[in-house]
Design a protein around this ligand. Structure first.
Ligand SMILES: *Cc1c(COP(=O)(O)O)cnc(C)c1O
Length: 381
């Protein structure tokens, strides 16, 4: 590659390719597993780094019943992009925006209910709300005698209870006992309320893990996030796996790529990067890639991750820098500056997915996706 072409790489180093057909596939997987129950698709945190507007458009075109975001600001962005589907706001029952943008707030205490009720009454409409109860997550939701509070809220003017929800603390395939206790509490609440004659459209608690392994948690609707982006929170990570993809499995939608900025031939005993944590053991060919922790490629990957170059897995060597990382290209044939590097993704039978990276950095695929995805330049296909 001639030096004149280097100008091509002057933009920030990481490109995230988002395959929207995988999102469609993954929604079908959710529908199969949940017997076509309504799906509340969680697109918070910019759709886990995949781009909330594009992902939501695709999901809505596939007929998804609800979208869910964390904060009203995110819902406003979707409305601004012309998305008219019902949007649930999980954490932020801000009164004005709820009315102005026709959103469905999740309320987790009576105070928020009182405010919404007043505002609904003032505007002479009934705002639909979902009520969150705490069955063991210890984060948000009505605790104690939830039925009593819910019945009080049900009698308030200006609002209608469309749904009642809860959230799992843990759905671990090796021990689902706590999840079962949460389901049990949620189910008793449902029974208690139905005895009072209160009719509620949707009871929902199932996140991705529960969609996959706890059918008894599916109730009236399911509420997956991670699965839609192609990951099973309950499956082993896939490192260099030869496994073929089955139609019934989620397919990762995001691939993160970059190009080799430069290639250097260095003799044995050359220290690499900050702190000299790696020293070449042999005459080496070292690739420099324009991706670093400022791109969401964690510093924890220093000497502790791999990338794919020309159908080969090659290691990261030395510390990951802010904008730059070094890789060992010794032994990779015909490699040239400008060649593609897959930081996260698949080529042929080899793959480095977010679960594999998460294991290496001692974190979760959620953090890998939101970090890499939110900082890369996104392209859609
Ligand atoms: C994020 C979130 C979900 C989705 O969880 P996944 O594990 O990504 O499926 C569902 N419900 C609530 C309340 C959430 O905050």
């Amino acid at each position: 590659m001639g030096s004149g072409e280097r100008l091509l790489f002057m933009n920030r180093g990481a490109i995230a390719e988002i395959d929207l057909s995988s999102i469609s596939n993954n929604l079908r997987v959710v529908r199969n597993l949940s017997n076509n129950r309504p799906v509340i698709a969680v697109v918070k945190a910019d759709a886990y780094g995949h781009g909330a507007v594009e992902v939501s458009r695709r999901l809505v075109s596939e007929g998804v019943e609800y979208l869910a975001v964390a904060f009203t600001e995110e819902a406003k962005e979707l409305r601004g992009a012309g998305i008219n589907a019902p949007i649930m706001v999980l954490f932020d029952p801000d009164t004005d925006d709820i009315f102005q943008y026709n959103l469905i707030p999740v309320i987790w205490d009576k105070r928020a209910a009182v405010l919404l009720s007043r505002e609904g009454e003032r505007r002479n409409i009934r705002v639909k709300v979902h009520i969150k109860v705490d069955t063991g997550m210890g984060r948000l939701g009505i605790t104690g005698d939830a039925a009593k509070d819910i019945l009080e809220i049900a009698n308030m003017k200006g609002l209608t209870i469309d749904g009642i929800m809860s959230h799992f603390s843990e759905v671990d395939p090796s021990d689902v006992s706590f999840a079962r206790q949460q389901i049990c509490k949620f189910d008793s609440l449902k029974n208690e309320l139905s005895k009072t004659g209160l009719s509620v459209n949707l009871f929902h608690i199932a996140n991705s893990a529960a969609v996959m392994i706890l059918p008894e948690s599916h109730f009236d609707a399911v509420r997956p996030g991670l699965m839609l982006y192609g990951y099973s929170p309950v499956q082993k990570s896939e490192v260099r796996s030869q496994k073929s993809e089955k139609k019934t499995e989620p397919i990762p939608a995001m691939t993160v790529k970059t190009k080799i900025l430069t290639i250097r031939r260095l003799p044995a005993n050359t220290p690499i990067s900050y702190g000299r944590t790696f020293v070449t053991k042999r005459d080496s060919i070292v690739g420099v890639i324009p991706v670093g922790y400022a791109d969401g490629y964690f510093r924890a990957f220093s000497n502790n991750a791999e990338v794919i170059v020309k159908d080969m897995i090659v290691p990261v060597i030395g510390r990951v820098c802010m904008d730059i990382t070094m890789i060992d290209l010794t032994g990779v044939e015909h490699v040239a500056e400008g060649d593609e590097v897959i930081v996260m993704g698949r080529r042929g039978n080899i793959s480095i997915d977010a679960s594999a990276l998460a294991l290496q950095a001692e974190t979760s695929p959620y953090e890998i996706l939101t970090s890499l995805g939110s900082r890369a330049t996104r392209v859609y296909k």
